[in-house]
Structures are given as C-alpha cells and as structure tokens.
Design a protein around this ligand. Structure first.
Ligand code: CO
Ligand code: CO
Ligand code: CO
Length: 344
C-alpha cells in the first residue's frame, strides 16, 4: 500500500505552528530562569537556547516537530530532521546529539510508515554527523515527527538573531515558497518539478551555509521557518534593535511559485504571519501582491538569513554558490532603527 501522509493533515510542516502573535502573548507570562550561564534564552526569540558549560564550551539546545509536509514517510523524516537540526546551524553551533520525538497513530497507519519516518530522520541526522541516542513516542493522530537536538559551540562564537548591524546586507541561502508549493500539491495545482524542487530544498541541511558564516565570522543570523521570511526578519530586527529592508524582487523563489498564488494557493499560515508582522511593517505602495504573500509564506526547513558586513558580501556569496547554494542572494539591508522594524 502506498501511504500518502499529506492527505492526513490540513496544515503540515512549519505551517502548523501556533500563530506567532498568540505565542508572544503567552510567553510574556512565563518566568525566565535567571542564570549567568544562560547565554541565549527565549527573550530574543532566537533559534535555540545556549548554555555555557565552561569557558571553551556551551551547549545549543533546540526542538522542532510537526505533522507531515509531504506524502512519503521517508522524505518526511528527512525533512523534519533537517529542519530540527537547522536551528543549531543558525546559531553557529555543531550539532552532535539528538532524541526522536514521534507521535504516530498505530491503529490507523501501517507500522512500516513509522519505521520509514524514523529511517529518514536517522539518515539525515547521520549526514549531519548527529547521533540519535533515544526518543519518545505517543500514539496520536495525525502523525508528527521531529528531533530535540544538542550542539556544541564556543561561548565566544555564538551567532544570534541579535547580531545584525546597521550597514550590513542580508543574504538568504535558499529560495522561498515551500508552504505555497506544498499547499498547491494538495490541491493538485503544483507541478511535479516544483514539488520536487521544494522537497529538495527542505531536505538540504543548512550545514554548508553555516560553515561559510563561521569562516567569515558572521555575528547575526537566523533560519527561515514557520513565521516566513518577513516574520523571522522582524524577529531579527527586534532582537538587534535595527530596521531591516527586504527587496522582494531580489528574493530567490522556487520554480513557478509566483504563479501558484494567482491560482489561490495561499495557506492560512501566511495570513497569521501577516497579522503578526503588520504593525511593524512598512510596505511600498507598489509592492506586488504575490511577492508580498511570498514574504509571509511559512517555510519548512528554509534557508539561513545572515547579516553580512558590506565589505565581504561578494566573497560570502561566491563561497555559498561554490558550496552548492546556487540560489543564495543578497536580498536586503540593515539600517538604524526608524519607526518601523521592517520594510518590504
Ligand atoms: Co529557527
Ligand atoms: Co525551531
Ligand atoms: Co520517555
């Protein structure tokens, strides 16, 4: 029997995150632990927490899990693992260990799908040099899968979303559009070429992008996931106390995704992301509607957004392209904070 996981869910992948606006409301009331060894906590809404063990070593801790973003169980496992590990890369860390987090309806789906999801996760983790040393399973519908990941980092070399500086340029390493394309597949509107390209991008580890960041001592970065390019750029601007301007014309897009929007392929997550960003957003009067919606498209396992000083932009781009990230592009700039955090 061919299993199609995508038919089980309304929202898959990072599109099924709680609305960022609701999340911020709730996190306000959660007390933050006070400990001088906590180097990054949820205060800046960064990709992962960082805890100092000693002067040479800090731990990067993160977890992500979500319902199926594609039909094939093995590919879903690969994508979920690449997405979970990405938050360690976004902090400049080396991912080392992980635990499986699995929710699976044992009575509704064949156990072979369960095994395939885990195998996909295992293979992707192995590619990243990560050892999965345990996990936990709950019987639940629809299935959900991801990892809790631990990475190593030098306490003085942490890359945060608070590290963007006025005068920097913003480089994005992967093309945008996974949310719209996978919604388009569900509706039978997306082409096989676009679906395959979206899956290829989602499976791609952010490892090579992170290596380039480390080589050039880049201090500010995040990865683009459920809150979309605009949502994560906003979090970076707020954490860094700067304004960010993104030129949507320069943002790399997957295949034919621009035209899918004309066919009505806009997932609900895009509107939740728009609502979250709106009060901090200045949009140009002539901003193309499709490009605007692409800025809010929830990405699953999206690329790195890095803040790069002007003098090294060309070198960084050359290295990213040489590393196989051929879509990597300079898409915007960082300025002193003015009345809005984000301009499109
Ligand atoms: Co992240
Ligand atoms: Co995450
Ligand atoms: Co347990």
């Amino acid at each position: 029997m061919k299993i199609d996981l995508l038919q089980l869910v309304e929202y898959g992948g990072c599109s099924s995150k709680i609305s960022p606006k609701q999340l911020e409301e709730i996190l306000k009331y959660l007390p933050l632990p006070k400990d001088p060894n906590i180097l990054v906590d949820i205060d800046t809404h960064d990709d992962a927490g960082v805890y100092r063990v000693n002067d040479e070593l800090a731990l990067v801790l993160t977890t992500d899990f979500f319902p199926p973003v594609c039909s094939d169980p093995y590919e879903f496992g690969q994508i979920a693992a690449a997405n979970s590990i990405s938050d360690v890369y976004a902090m400049g860390g080396d991912p080392v260990l992980a635990l499986n987090i699995m929710m699976f309806p044992a009575a509704k789906l064949p156990m072979e799908a369960f095994a395939e999801i885990l195998k996909g996760g295992y293979d992707k983790a192995t590619e990243a040099g990560v050892r999965i040393i345990g996990g936990h399973t709950i019987d639940d519908f629809p299935p959900k899968y991801g990892l809790a990941v631990v990475g190593y980092i030098h306490p003085g070399k942490i890359i945060t979303n608070a590290g963007a500086k006025p005068g920097d340029y913003l480089i994005l390493t992967k093309p945008v559009g996974t949310g719209i394309i996978m919604a388009g597949q569900r509706l039978g509107l997306a082409s096989d070429t676009d679906v395959n390209e979206a899956k290829k991008q989602m499976k791609l580890l952010n490892k090579s992008g992170a290596e380039v960041m480390k080589k050039y001592n880049i201090k500010g970065a995040t990865d683009i996931t459920g809150f979309g390019l605009a949502g994560h750029a906003l979090k970076m601007a707020q954490a860094s106390k700067v304004s960010i301007k993104i030129n949507m014309e320069k943002v790399p897009l997957i295949g034919n995704v621009y035209n899918l929007i004309d066919d009505g392929c806009i997932p609900g997550a895009s509107f939740r992301n728009l609502e979250f960003v709106e009060e901090h957003l200045m949009a140009a009067d002539d901003l193309d509607y499709n490009l605007k919606m692409l800025a809010f498209d929830a990405q699953t396992s999206g690329g790195l957004l890095m803040s790069v000083s002007a003098g090294i932009v060309d070198k960084v781009l050359t290295d990213l392209h040489a590393a196989g990230l051929t879509s990597a592009a300079s898409i915007g700039e960082v300025t002193e904070l003015h009345e809005k955090f984000l301009t499109l």
